[in-house]
Design a binder for this molecule. Structure first.
Ligand SMILES: [Zn+2]
Length: 512
């Protein structure tokens, strides 16, 4: 027998087996018992909360030849036919597919005919909000004068997109997110039946990750069992799912919100070296940010948080403030489309975290030529100068440099250009300040400087500048820093030390 996913194998078959939707199950049972089943239902709720399972149970209950109270018997020919998916009178339409649109188009014709086998024809229209206006209008006409032998169930994750004309002709049920504890209990039942040993801590973790969706919880469990063999510990669960453990997330979020770039990048390196999945880390960070934000405003509901409140995250949330958390959240959310386009996940995360540090370094630090006005090696802060000598057209040395560098470092130069070479000074302009900041990481800097010296000569020096963008200080933005405070900036000092700079030029970053 072909492998059946755990989700299908353990799908609820009776109203009494539905998890976390007691009120809906009871109302539908009453309707079946009293023969007061409506002609049209609208089931709304997030994915994996039991909408389609409930629709199938309802289809069985109203067609069962041997009803047990209000529950389908599960063994009569009608129940079996519906259960196997072979019933011609149970029509499931995926409104999101092209075929779904065609099916709705001739639905008005077909509903007139009596069911071939079952007592009642049941139409389950999944993702009903995806129907076209034309399809909704066809449906509306049918709902206006429903044939007695037909029941419609519209399932949707976005009920607000269902026209009121249609929604108002349906009996509506809102499926709740399933409580974490209820998901964990169901998972425990499944591992018991499947005879695999799974740490209760792992089940609780999976239940939290499922965020109210039973389907997601069971699918995760299925994935773990197929990868992890007979015994699953919390540690192994983290490893298999590539998850960051909660302590890692707290430490990383603390570093980011404290604006500690070096520490953040170090933690990311450690996570990556341990084989962690960057996408899962992003998801974990989003969860941690959400929790920190909720806790910082005094929200402590365990159900809403998906676990016991974390004192460490509360502290981070209060210290960082809502705006900083929101910016970080937005930055991480914006990674998703880039990742789908195939961007380097790790590089993107590094850039995103640096760009959204709570106390972003508003300056790009560049070591420059010892200037004539530098008195006795004193560090001089001066405004950016015009390029010393423009490099016009393609420069073979630039390509040679990029070819010499290992890929991760060379990738930082993708949107950079060589703007000037004079007296051993190699000036590189970065389109994205975050790329320049990453280039200043100790390992990258050494690799880069070595390659520059190979190509431009042993005495070559390096200047990294941000692309010139018109400064547009927004109303209410903090006042520009003075020279003194720039020199005091710990990152400026750090960079000067790293590059052995005798004097430093500071180029304001285009965006704040
Ligand atoms: Zn039956």
């Amino acid at each position: 027998m072909a492998y059946q996913t755990l989700y299908l194998k353990y799908r609820s078959q009776k109203f009494g087996e539905l998890v976390g939707q007691d009120a809906i199950a009871q109302t539908l049972k009453n309707a079946v018992e009293q023969s007061r089943v409506a002609h049209a239902y609208l089931f709304s709720g997030v994915r994996g909360t039991g909408k389609t399972s409930t629709a199938r149970i309802l289809a069985k209950a109203i067609n069962c030849l041997n009803l047990q109270g209000a529950e389908p018997c599960g063994v009569c020919t009608n129940c079996v036919e519906i259960g196997s998916g072979a019933a011609v009178d149970l029509i499931e339409i995926d409104a999101a597919s092209n075929r779904g649109i065609d099916e709705i188009r001739d639905l008005r014709e077909r509903v007139k005919y009596l069911p071939a086998v079952l007592k009642v024809k049941v139409y389950i229209i999944d993702e009903a909000h995806m129907l076209t206006t034309e399809a909704f209008n066809a449906l509306l006409k049918t709902l206006e004068e429903p044939p007695p032998h037909v029941v419609f169930v519209l399932a949707t994750t976005e009920p607000h997109k269902i026209p009121l004309t249609v929604a108002s002709r349906c009996q509506r049920f809102d499926f709740r997110r399933i409580e974490t504890g209820a998901i964990a209990a169901r998972l425990a039942m499944i591992v018991d039946q499947e005879k695999v040993r799974v740490d209760p801590g792992s089940l609780a973790l999976l239940a939290r990750l499922a965020r109210g969706s039973m389907r997601d919880g069971i699918t995760l469990l299925d994935q773990l069992i197929s990868q992890g063999g007979e015994e699953l510990t919390v540690q192994k669960t983290h490893e298999l799912l590539g998850l960051a453990d909660p302590d890692t997330l707290v430490r990383m979020l603390a570093s980011v919100t404290e604006g500690d770039a070096a520490q953040t990048l170090g933690q990311l390196q450690t996570f990556y070296d341990a084989g962690g999945d960057v996408r899962q880390l992003v998801r974990g960070l989003l969860g941690a940010i959400r929790e920190a934000a909720l806790l910082s405003v005094g929200y402590k509901d365990q159900e809403g948080l998906g676990g016991a409140p974390s004192a460490a995250l509360e502290k981070i949330g209060r210290a960082a403030g809502r705006n900083a958390l929101l910016n970080l959240w937005k930055g991480l959310m914006e990674m998703e489309p880039e990742l789908r386009k195939g961007a380097d996940a790790r590089l993107l995360l590094e850039v995103t975290l640096l760009q959204n540090m709570s106390q972003p370094v508003p300056l790009l630090v560049t070591p420059a030529l010892p200037a004539a006005d530098a008195v006795g090696g004193e560090r001089v802060i001066e405004p950016a100068m015009a390029p010393a000598e423009s490099v016009a057209g393609p420069d073979a040395r630039w390509d040679a440099l990029k070819n010499r560098l290992p890929k991760p470092v060379a990738s930082l130069l993708m949107d950079a250009r060589l703007v000037a070479v004079r007296d051993g000074l190699v000036r590189i302009e970065f389109r994205y300040p975050a790329h320049a900041e990453l280039m200043q990481k100790a390992s990258n800097r050494e690799t880069m400087l070595a390659a520059v010296r190979d190509i431009f000569g042993p005495d070559a020096r390096l200047e990294l500048v941000a692309a010139d963008k018109p400064a547009e200080p927004a109303a209410g933005s903090p006042p520009a820093r003075t020279s003194a405070s720039i020199a005091d900036d710990p990152l400026v000092k750090e960079a000067m030390n790293r590059f052995d700079a005798t004097n430093v030029r500071v180029t304001p970053r285009g965006r704040g």
